[in-house]
Design a binder for this molecule. Structure first.
Ligand SMILES: Cc1ncc(COP(=O)(O)O)c(C=O)c1O
Length: 462
C-alpha cells in the first residue's frame, strides 16, 4: 500500500526509527551519563529552529527524528539524571519505558472491561499490589491518573460526593502551608472559595499540628461552616516532612472528616524499614495519592489514587450514555475518574514490578533515603554549611554561610555538574537536594556538595 491518505509510515522507516528510539532508551540508563542534568536551553532559540507553516509534504523521517532528539536531549531538563536533585526528580527506568512504549505501540486503552479486558486486569493487579504493600484494606479500590494533581482532584471530587452529596458553600477543607500547590488548585477547580480552603501554619518541624487542626475545625464549626476533608502530607515537596498520621487520622475519625493523604512522592518510602514507622497511619486514609512517575521509577505520566470505600469512585464519576451501553456491565475504569479515553498506564508499572520485584524496588527507595542522609553528614562536616531541615524521605535542605540559596543554586546550575534547587522554609531561603534516583552514587553526592562549597567561596571570596 502506498496511499498517503492511509497515514501509514513505510515499514522500513518505522523499523529504522523505532530501533534508534530503542537505542536511545538503552543509552538513557547507561552510567555514567555524560551530559549535564540541566542543559543551557532556550525555548525561544529552539522555537526558531522548529517554527514553520503546517508541513504540506512529508519530511525526511531521519532528519525529523534528529530534530526530535535535539528537542529532548539538548533542550530539556533530564529529571532522570543521577545528578538531577531539583524539586521531585523523575528517575524513570528502562522497564517502565518499555511498558509505556508497548502500550503506545499497540495503542492500548483502558476504558472498559469488555473492550480492554487485559489492560483492565493489569490495572486491577497493580492497584491491588499497591493496596497490599501500603497496608490499605483489601476492599480498597483505585484508579490510575496522570499524576498527583489529578489524583488529589479526583479524591476531592469523590470526598465531596460521598460526604456532602452536592457542593455545599459551607464545606471547608484543611491542609498545611507545606501541602503541595496541587491540593489548593484541585479544591479551587472544584469550586471551593479561598476562604473555604484552610491553609494552616505548620509547626517548627514543618508538620501539620493536630492541635492547630482541631482548633481550626472547632472555630469553623462555631462559625457555621462544614468541615469535610483534611489533607495529610506523606512527604512534603519542600522538606520531606511527614505529618503526624495517626493523630490526624484520629481527628478525622472523631470529627467525621474525610482523610486524604498526599503521598505523591513520599508514599513508596513505606516499603522500607527505615521509613515505615514514620509513615504509619497513612493506611488509615480515606483516599491516598502516590505517583509512580516519581519514586516508583515509571516514566511520566502515572498517578495512583486509592480510595478505601468500595463504590465511591463509581458513585462520583459514573455516567451511562446510550452510545456506551453496549459495552455491558462490569468494571469500567472510565467510570472511576474524569477520563473516558485513557491510556494503559498500568502496563509500565506492572513491567517495573515484574522485571525487578518488590525487594529491588524497596532497596532502590531505601537507597534514595540513605543518599540524603549521606548528604546531611557531609554538610554537617563542612565549616560553612547549616542544615536547616534534616534528611527526611530523601530530601535535605541547607544553606551556605557565604552565599544566599538562590544564588548558590543558580551558580550550581551554570556550573552544570549537578542540579540542586532552592525553596523557602518558614521565610528562610534554602538549597534543597532530593535524592530519589537510585542510580546516584555516594561519590556524586559528595562531589555535588564539594563543588557548591567551592562555588560559594569563589563568588564570596575567601
Ligand atoms: C507532594 C506532592 N503532591 C502533589 C504533587 C503533584 O503531582 P503531579 O506533578 O504528578 O501532578 C507533587 C509533585 O511534585 C508532590 O511532590
Amino acid at each position: 500500500v502506498n496511499d498517503p491518505a492511509a497515514v501509514i509510515l513505510d515499514a522500513e522507516a518505522t523499523r529504522r526509527l523505532g530501533y534508534r528510539i530503542v537505542d536511545a532508551l538503552v543509552d538513557e540508563y547507561q552510567l555514567p551519563r555524560s551530559e549535564r542534568p540541566v542543559p543551557q536551553a532556550s525555548m525561544h532559540r529552539f522555537l526558531e529552529r522548529v517554527s514553520e507553516p503546517p508541513p504540506a509534504a512529508p519530511a525526511d523521517p531521519d532528519a525529523t527524528l534528529e530534530l526530535a532528539f535535539e528537542a529532548l536531549r539538548e533542550n530539556m531538563n533530564h529529571t532522570d539524571h543521577p545528578r538531577f536533585f531539583s524539586r521531585v526528580p523523575g528517575p524513570s527506568s528502562a522497564a517502565g519505558a518499555l511498558g509505556d512504549m508497548l502500550a503506545t505501540a499497540l495503542n492500548a486503552g483502558a476504558m472498559s472491561e469488555s473492550g480492554h479486558a487485559g489492560p483492565t486486569a493489569l490495572e486491577l493487579v497493580v492497584l491491588g499490589w499497591l493496596t497490599e504493600l501500603l497496608g490499605m484494606p483489601a476492599e480498597t479500590e483505585g484508579v490510575l491518573l496522570s499524576g498527583g494533581s489529578m489524583s488529589s482532584l479526583t479524591a476531592f471530587a469523590t470526598a465531596r460526593r460521598v460526604m456532602l452529596g452536592e457542593h455545599d458553600p459551607a464545606a471547608t477543607a484543611y491542609l498545611s502551608d507545606q501541602s503541595h500547590s496541587a491540593i489548593e488548585r484541585g479544591l479551587r477547580i472544584l469550586g471551593f472559595a479561598p476562604d473555604r480552603i484552610r491553609i494552616l501554619p505548620s509547626d517548627e518541624h514543618l508538620r501539620l499540628s493536630p492541635d492547630v487542626l482541631a482548633d481550626a475545625i472547632a472555630a469553623d464549626r462555631a462559625a457555621g461552616l462544614r468541615p469535610f476533608v483534611v489533607v495529610a502530607n506523606a512527604g512534603t515537596t519542600n522538606s520531606g516532612a511527614v505529618d503526624p498520621m495517626h493523630a490526624i487520622a484520629d481527628i478525622a475519625a472523631a470529627e467525621g472528616l474525610w482523610l486524604h493523604v498526599d503521598g505523591a512522592y513520599g508514599a513508596p518510602a513505606a516499603l522500607t524499614d527505615r521509613a515505615r514507622r514514620l509513615l504509619d497511619g497513612m493506611q488509615r486514609a480515606d483516599s491516598l495519592t502516590l505517583d509512580p512517575h516519581k519514586w516508583l521509577f515509571a516514566p511520566y505520566e502515572i498517578g495512583v489514587l486509592l480510595v478505601r470505600r468500595p463504590g465511591a469512585l463509581e458513585q462520583t464519576f459514573s455516567v451511562d450514555p446510550e452510545y456506551l451501553r453496549d459495552s455491558g456491565a462490569g468494571l469500567h475504569f472510565r467510570n472511576r475518574g474524569p477520563q473516558l479515553s485513557r491510556a494503559t498506564r498500568a502496563l509500565k508499572l506492572w513491567m517495573i514490578f515484574k522485571l525487578h520485584g518488590v525487594d529491588a524496588l524497596r532497596a532502590a527507595v531505601d537507597r534514595g533515603i540513605a543518599l540524603a542522609e549521606i548528604a546531611e553528614q557531609e554538610l554537617r562536616a563542612g565549616a560553612d554549611w547549616t542544615v536547616v531541615s534534616p534528611a527526611q524521605l530523601a530530601v535535605v535542605c541547607f544553606e551556605h554561610r557565604r552565599l544566599p540559596a538562590e544564588q548558590l543554586t543558580a551558580r550550581a546550575l551554570a556550573d552544570g555538574y549537578a542540579a540542586p534547587s532552592s525553596t523557602v522554609l518558614h521565610g528562610r531561603s534554602v538549597v534543597r537536594l532530593c535524592t530519589i534516583n537510585p542510580r546516584t552514587t555516594e561519590q556524586e553526592i559528595r562531589e555535588t556538595i564539594r563543588r557548591m562549597d567551592a562555588l560559594a567561596h569563589a563568588v564570596a571570596g575567601g
